[in-house]
Structures are given as C-alpha cells and as structure tokens.
Design a protein around this ligand. Structure first.
Ligand code: UD1
Ligand code: UDP
Length: 434
C-alpha cells in the first residue's frame, strides 16, 4: 500500500478528545501514514489545554474563534481557510469527527476539492433537525459528503444503511471517547489528588455534576435548568453541586445570574471548564450527572454513573436502552423530581448505576486506522469496496462484541512503544498537567 496522507480537521473540545486516540494510532504507523493536523480553533480556551495534554502539535491553526459569532460566519471562515490548506497539502483523506461546524465545513471543503472524507462517529440521529441544533443537520450533511463512515455502534450503522449508504462504506468501530476515557482513567487518575485539586468541594458528600451548552436550550430552557438546580440545593443542603460552566456567553449569562448567588454558599460550585483529566476524575467520583452533553452521555455509563439528560431527545439511545441514562427534558419540575428520585430512592439509584459500556471497548482508534488502510488511497482508486474491520455490535454489551483488529494497537500499546510507560501522555509529565 502506498503511504497515505491523513489530514485531521478538528477545533472543539469534544473533537480534540475523540480524535486524539486516532491521531496517535495513525502516527504510530508512520510507515503507512503521514499525519497532518489542522486545528480550526473553533474553541480556544476549551481546546488548547487538550492539545497540550495530548501532545498534539497542529500544522495549521485557523484561529476562527470570535466571541459569540454566528454559525454562518464561523462556517465561512473554516471553509475558506481550509480550502487553502487542502490546496497545499493534497491529502489522501480528510478526517472529521462528529457534528460540529468544524466537521461540517471540513467535510464540505474536502468534497469541493475531491478529497475523500472519513467521518468518525457517523450515523447518530434524532431525525429532528431542530434538536440538537444545528448538530443533527450537520451529521446528515456530513454523511452525504463522506466516503467512509466510521459508525460507533451497530444502531448507527443501521441508520446509515436506512439512508442508502452502501454497507461497504460503513465500519462499526466503537466510540473513540471510550479509548480516551479508559486511557485517562488508568494512566492519569491514580496520580491525581482529588482532595487537593478540588479543595473547595466537600468530597464526602453526594455530588451532582452538571454541564450544559446546547443551542436549542438557550433562553428559557436554560433558565429552567438553573432554577431546578437552585431548588435542589435548597431542598438538599448537603448536596454538592459542581458545574464547570461552558464559555458560551448564552450559557454564562443565565448561570451567573441564577446560580452565582448560590455560589456564595458552600454547596454550589461554579467552575471554569475543566481539563479532561480533572473532569474524568469528577465524573468517576460524582453521585450522578445532569447534562445535555453528547460525550458525557457516552462516558458516564462506563463509569457506572446515572445520567439525567436535559434534552427531549437524544442521538445516543444506547445508554437509555441500557438503563443508565434517562431523558428529563428542560422543565424545572421534571429535572427536580428526576434528581430527587435518585437522591431519595436507593433502589432507583442502583438500577441506573450499572457499569455498562454500550459505546465501545477502548479499541475504536485501531479499528478506524485499519479501516482507512483497507479502504486504501482514495485518489489512486485503490478503494477496496469492503469493510472487514468489525462485524456486529451488541448495544448492551459493546465491550465483548467487537471483533479484534489484527495488527491494531491500543492507545496503551502506542504509548508503550513510544517509551511512555509512566502516567503521562506524550510531552506531558505525570503530576504536572497544567
Ligand atoms: C460547539 C458545537 C457543539 C458541541 C460543543 C462542544 C457547533 C455549532 N457547536 O458548541 O456541537 O457540542 O461545541 O462544547 O459546532 N467560547 C469561548 N471559548 C472557547 C469556546 C467557546 O469563549 O474555548 C465561546 C465563544 O464566545 C464562542 C461561543 O462560546 O463564540 C460559542 O462557541 P461555538 O463553538 O460556536 O459553539 P458551542 O456552543 O461551543
Ligand atoms: N469535558 C471536559 N471538561 C469539562 C466538561 C466536559 O473535559 O469541564 C469533556 C467530557 O468529559 C467529554 C467532552 O468534554 O469528553 C464533552 O464535551 P462537550 O460537552 O463540550 O461537547 P459534546 O460532547 O456535547 O459535543
């Protein structure tokens, strides 16, 4: 096989976390792959610490972030600049992840330059283009533009097939967030002193971990969420509510207005967005999670944490089917009563607090790189037309059902091979994560 040039395009916090394992996997096979990184900078403060943590050094930084900019402006800036990168690099594959503006514009730019696009985390659907907005449309459009669809679960595969995508172009791989989570959990958490890192929080008390940022919830729904949290803190004075607040001004404003007065009290902790390792540490420690995040819906089940999803629908129904996640919407009373039930009823809590792993087994990245290898160099017409990386995946027990990848390395192997045998990611010594 001719050496393939892979251009990874990413720009937000979740894309950085979820593409990191694939980038390292591809870099570890430098005889077969030449890796280029284009960071769009859609997120600045929330993604830059991750670049450092994971030892990623982008070849391009498009620096597109502006305070509270509109989606059209953001999309246009990424498209225009990326076109120049593509003209310079002429990659064999352009790789995007998920459903962000960066992913959409990345896929468009690749399509216009006739560069084959590989879509990581393909096939998630709510089938409601207003929710999540604009992510559902982004995913559907990326699916039209992509040549290779890396589906995290067999449900995602089925949804792609239902849209007429050829089975030969779909590989079921598991979700790369599980690769990242398992790695961080094993390699970083043992050396993190939680009590010292979060000295302001009483860790002996039950912790409600909160995140929220969805555009369709801006305005009154977000205010409802904040009021529900206030109600709960009044009702349960011992509860510790910990909320790393997304930097979007549409989130900051209601959170500061409604919850900051509570910040004066000892049980409401409003924090800046956390480094991934710190966030995973809190996720492992907390009692339950209240969130609208996609990635956290995938991570929490692996850690046996109940997730109450503050949305009316989800493109990740596997956690709900497995019993670890529940949709609670954005209504003040529903959120309050769902959290109360889990705080008051140990049986209801235990029912949800099962460690299941419907989203992957930590080996998604090797499968994705193997799929790229099997599908060959798109430009030279070597596309093999088959995908033999993974067979079927059982949602309820993803971990045991994925096929092994011959010759594939896990993240652990990659770091071991590079001599990183201690608790550290490349370029990032253990114990000094900042
Ligand atoms: C974006 C994605 C969403 C993803 C989320 C992950 C789109 C349309 N949305 O939403 O799918 O779930 O990221 O968090 O792609 N900001 C900062 N610093 C940062 C990041 C954001 O100040 O590091 C502020 C800026 O004012 C920025 C605003 O947040 O304009 C919104 O950022 P944007 O990337 O457009 O949308 P998100 O809500 O972060
Ligand atoms: N996360 C983090 N710090 C935080 C909050 C979340 O590192 O303060 C991680 C989280 O573990 C998950 C990812 O960010 O892997 C989810 O990102 P986000 O919720 O912003 O986006 P989504 O997944 O909804 O697209």
């Amino acid at each position: 096989m001719a050496r393939q040039k892979l251009l990874f395009v990413f720009g937000t916090r979740p894309e950085t976390i979820k593409l990191w394992p694939v980038i390292h996997q591809a870099e570890s096979q430098s005889e077969d792959f030449e890796v280029r990184l284009c960071f769009t900078g859609q997120h600045r403060q929330m993604a830059e610490p991750l670049l450092k943590l994971f030892g990623l050094e982008p070849d391009y930084d498009l620096e597109v972030m502006e305070q509270n900019q509109g989606l059209s402006r953001l999309t246009a800036k990424v498209l225009l600049q990326l076109d120049e990168v593509l003209a310079t690099e002429e990659p064999d594959w352009l790789i995007v992840q998920g459903d962000t503006t960066t992913a959409l514009a990345g896929a468009w730019a690749g399509f216009y330059r006739r560069v084959p696009v590989a879509h990581v985390e393909a096939g998630l659907r709510t089938k409601n283009v207003s929710s999540p907005f604009p992510e559902e449309m982004n995913r559907q459009v990326v699916a039209r533009l992509a040549s290779l669809h890396l589906a995290p679960t067999s449900l995602a595969r089925q949804q792609l097939l239902a849209e007429g995508i050829s089975p030969a172009k779909i590989c079921v791989t598991g979700n790369t967030v599980i690769d990242a989570l398992l790695y961080v959990k094993e390699k970083f958490l043992p050396s993190l002193d939680l009590a010292r890192t979060f000295s302001q929080i009483d860790l002996s008390k039950k912790m409600l971990l909160i995140t929220g940022h969805r555009r369709e919830s801006f305005g009154q729904p977000f205010r409802n969420i904040c009021w529900a949290i206030r109600d709960l803190l009044d009702e349960y004075p011992d509860l510790q509510a910990v909320y790393p607040v997304h930097l979007n001004p549409n989130v900051q404003q209601p959170v500061r207005e409604i919850l900051a007065p509570k910040g004066q009290k000892s049980n409401m902790h409003l924090l800046a967005p956390l480094d991934y390792v710190e966030f995973v540490a809190l996720l492992s420690h907390c009692y339950l999670v209240l969130t609208d995040s996609g990635g956290i819906q995938e991570e929490a089940p692996s850690l046996g944490k109940p997730v109450l999803v503050m949305r009316d629908n989800t493109e990740r129904p596997e956690g709900i089917q497995a019993g670890t996640a529940k949709l609670v919407g954005t209504d003040r009373l529903s959120i309050r009563s769902a959290v109360s039930e889990l705080l008051d009823d140990p049986v209801a809590y235990e029912r949800m607090a099962q460690a299941v792993n419907p989203y992957g087994d930590g080996q998604a990245a090797p499968r994705i790189v193997e799929a790229l290898r099997q599908h060959g160099n798109g430009h030279n017409g070597e596309y093999s037309g088959i995908c033999t990386v993974v067979g079927s995946v059982n949602h309820n027990n993803g971990g045991g059902q994925y096929e092994n990848v011959s010759g594939g390395l896990s993240l652990f192997d990659v770091y071991r091979d590079r001599g990183h045998t201690t608790n550290s990611a490349p370029g990032h010594p253990a114990g000094s994560l900042r």
